[in-house]
Design a binder for this molecule. Structure first.
Ligand code: IMP
Ligand code: MG
Length: 175
């Protein structure tokens, strides 16, 4: 079995300043409107907690839970295991995701939420792995584009652990 070790990728300071920039852009884009922010559980919670404090328009917070990953690999099968507690019809919805890898999760969520007739639906992700995308996606707000390697920290997990690391770390095979 391949052994992996952790390497620093993006520091907490760099994340904080990028998240502030995204919050400012979102605040400008939604000026005069009210937002319904939907965090994708569980990976987005830390990003969402920081992002909402950088957003200056009124917003409600909701969560949706999905699962598609086992260990370091996407199963490709997405399912909802925790649904919204409100109706999003007629609302400006901003979906907040930790990372877009193959794109199957966000594609599934966009299609699922569009059926519920929001007034608008945009996506903010902290990280995106363009080389891994299997679906052509139009993401409105992206924090950082990174390479295909598995990452942990700042909300992202490996089998449920490491979400509490303040920095983003990359898992690289030991040579
Ligand atoms: P996708 O459906 O392949 O785009 O995968 C999206 C989901 O898989 C994300 O919401 C994450 O929860 C998880 N994921 C993908 N890549 C990573 C990673 O590098 N670290 C931790 N979780 C990941
Ligand atoms: Mg996720």
């Amino acid at each position: 079995m391949t052994e992996y070790s952790m390497h620093p990728l993006i520091s907490a300071d760099r994340i904080a300043s990028r998240v502030r920039e995204l919050g400012q852009r979102i605040s400008r884009d939604y000026q005069g409107q009210t937002l319904c922010i939907i965090g994708v559980l569980k990976g987005s919670v830390i990003f969402l907690a920081d992002l909402i404090r950088a957003i200056e328009v009124p917003c409600e917070i909701e969560f949706i839970g999905v699962s598609s990953y086992e260990g370091m690999h996407s199963t490709g099968h997405v399912r909802i295991n925790y649904d919204l507690s409100v109706d999003i019809e007629g609302k400006h919805v901003l979906l907040v995701e930790d990372i877009i890898d193959t794109g199957h999760t966000i594609d599934y969520l966009i299609k699922t939420l569009e059926v519920r007739a929001p007034k608008s639906l945009k996506v903010a992700c902290l990280l995106s792995k363009p080389e891994a995308h299997q679906i052509k996606l139009d993401i409105d707000y992206t924090g950082f584009e990174i390479s295909k390697e598995f990452v942990i920290g700042y909300g992202l997990d490996l089998d449920g652990l490491y979400r509490n690391l303040p920095d983003l770390m990359q898992m690289l095979p030991k040579s």
